[in-house]
Design a protein around this ligand. Structure first.
Ligand code: ZN
Length: 285
């Protein structure tokens, strides 16, 4: 099995929103912000190549939304979904499965693009696109808070092409890949866990978006049910300590992966790695 990080570019978000009720004097020691209080965030996806299947987890922001929308979110960085896949030696048609943690714009925007005739086209047209039933329902009929972060053209063409696969509950959805359904960030948010020969890797998405969010009360203001987020995080981190799970961060610009330890102040970092360092370490290379 091969695990490859797929960088798709960065965007910026308000640090106050990212760290919720935590005061800036505390979070700015752990994650930098610019003079406008914006923090830079990666959109780091993960390719799991099992040999038989080529599975992409999340697809970044894509390029469909208006220049005005993207300017609010200050897209930056050189990386793009297609370039990163090409450098890793993959074509979009190689991808057999796309797992979407949820359908907020920065997680699924790369699934669809507009061609030269301005027609929407599915980027990974050989792939099943896995979304939880609860998240799909939330996307189709959004509440007034999340409505602004869902875009119909990100997923409608997938549905129309018959490429949507709906997940009802926690399951091994294919060999080596388990998904857990959590609801704190958004209804039906999926947490994918890869059972690799080197050990377990969890794709944290917005459950623990950046390294400092490992601390239990450090919950983003984007979460729709923050108390639920804390309970879910606590359960997951307890298991992560017991099983030595490697946490893969989608949004942390500065840290790719970490293992977790329980210290005197609660859950914290055990070791930091790049994904390659973690894989090599555990395969004895
Ligand atoms: Zn989100």
């Amino acid at each position: 099995m091969k695990l490859v990080k797929i960088e798709t570019g960065n965007f910026m978000a308000d640090g106050g929103a990212l760290f919720g009720v935590i005061p800036k004097v505390m979070w700015e020691e752990k994650y930098p912000a610019d003079e406008d209080n914006y923090c830079n965030l990666a959109m780091r996806c993960l390719l799991v190549d099992t040999g038989e299947r080529k599975v992409l987890i999340d697809t970044g922001a894509g390029a469909k939304q208006s220049a005005k929308f993207f300017s609010w979110h200050r897209l930056n960085g050189e990386a793009s979904l297609l370039n990163s896949l090409t450098s890793a030696g993959y074509k979009p048609s190689d991808i057999t499965d796309v797992i979407l943690t949820h359908l907020h714009w920065d997680h699924c925007g790369g699934c669809v693009y507009y061609d030269e005739q301005d027609e929407p086209k599915v980027r990974f047209d050989n792939a099943n696109h896995w979304v939880s039933e609860a998240q799909w329902q939330n996307y189709v009929a959004p509440n007034s808070r999340e409505g602004v972060v869902y875009f119909p053209d990100n997923m409608q063409p997938i549905f129309e092409a018959g490429l949507l696969k709906v997940v009802q509950k926690d399951a091994m959805i294919m060999d080596h890949i388990e998904v857990r359904i959590l609801n704190g960030h958004t209804q039906g948010n999926m947490l994918p866990i890869i059972h690799s020969p080197q050990g377990l890797v969890a794709f944290m998405g917005d459950v623990i978006p950046v390294l400092p969010s490992i601390r239990l009360p450090w919950v983003s203001a984007y979460d729709t049910m923050p108390i639920e987020s804390i309970k879910e995080k606590q359960m997951f981190l307890k298991e992560a300590v017991e099983k030595g799970i490697c946490l893969f961060f989608e949004h942390d610009c500065y840290n790719e992966c970490a293992t977790v330890a329980m210290g005197s102040k609660g859950f914290g970092v055990d070791k930091l790695f790049t994904l390659n360092e973690w894989s090599n370490l555990n395969s004895g290379v």
